[in-house]
Design a protein around this ligand. Structure first.
Ligand code: F6R
Length: 261
């Protein structure tokens, strides 16, 4: 796991965008795994700027989102399909229909989850997965207690996650759905490169477990310790509980430029 501690979210956005730009330059048909939420916004903003100047193009790429609330109407502004469209997809040059999400309105939920797994596999698997992390250590919406071998399925959101996300529903906790469909931990682990972003002191405990804790279903993100290529982009506040922060900083400072991200 490579830990990169950066001064601010603009620097995180720039490095995260480098990872995707480099990938698309060598593989224009790459498959991207897209997270919603606030953590990846700086990356999406930077990619939008680069796309507008022709530095990067998504015209041949495709994408799969991590998760979707269950039961929100299709036109609800907080459905993750609409959020990712607004925050990223509609701002760059993906062809229509190139970005997919789990169907949170399906009548047959297990069939919809199996179809989503099949669609990812048919696309050749995810080349680069962008992730945020919940204050409770979730990735996707794999809440504490999730099977470390899980695939796309329905999950009950924890009260903590619903409180965290109430800010997107005008602060109204009752408006936050109780369930979601999410890629499983094994689904996420199958991505070839994972880039996880955490910003702010609220994420410091989860980041400490992710990087330095024991692998445990109690902190689902810790399963990433088993992945061979994970890049963790942090600001100082999110890194504030890392025991080996100085070592990570020295390692990154000494990294040869040719290694890239
Ligand atoms: C979103 C997702 C979640 C978020 C996490 C952090 O698609 O899967 O795991 O990444 O809840 O959310 P933010 O970035 O809003 O703090």
């Amino acid at each position: 796991m490579e830990i990169v501690i950066l001064p601010d979210s603009a620097a995180i956005g720039s490095l995260g965008a480098d990872a995707i730009t480099n990938l698309l330059q060598r593989k224009p048909h790459a498959v991207l795994g897209l997270a919603t939420g606030s953590s990846p916004l700086a990356i999406y903003d930077e990619l939008t700027a680069r796309c507008s100047t022709g530095t990067v193009s998504f015209a041949n790429a495709s994408g799969f989102t991590l998760d979707e609330y269950v039961g929100l109407p299709a036109d609800h502004p907080e459905s993750y399909r609409n959020v990712i469209n607004k925050d990223f997809v509609s701002r760059v040059d993906f062809v229509p229909g190139a970005v997919h999400g789990p169907d949170g309105r399906a009548e047959d939920i297990p069939a919809a989850c199996a179809a989503y797994e099949a669609a990812i596999a048919a696309a050749g698997g995810v080349d680069l997965q962008i992730l945020g992390i919940g204050t409770d250590g979730h990735i996707g919406f794999n809440e504490p207690g999730s099977s470390l071998a899980s695939r796309t399925r329905i999950k009950t959101l924890t009260t903590q996650t619903r409180i965290d996300n109430a800010r997107f529903f005008d602060g109204d906790l009752d408006a936050v759905p109780t369930h979601c469909l999410t890629q499983g931990l094994a689904t996420i682990l199958a991505a070839r490169h994972v880039v996880l972003v955490a910003i702010g002191s609220g994420k410091a405990e989860a980041v400490h477990h992710l990087v330095e804790g024991a692998v445990s279903a109690l902190w689902p993100a810790t399963i990433l310790q088993h992945h061979p290529h994970v890049t963790v982009l942090l600001d100082s506040a999110a890194a504030s509980r890392l025991q080996l922060a100085d070592y990570y900083r020295e390692t990154y400072r000494a990294k040869p430029a040719w290694q890239g991200i």
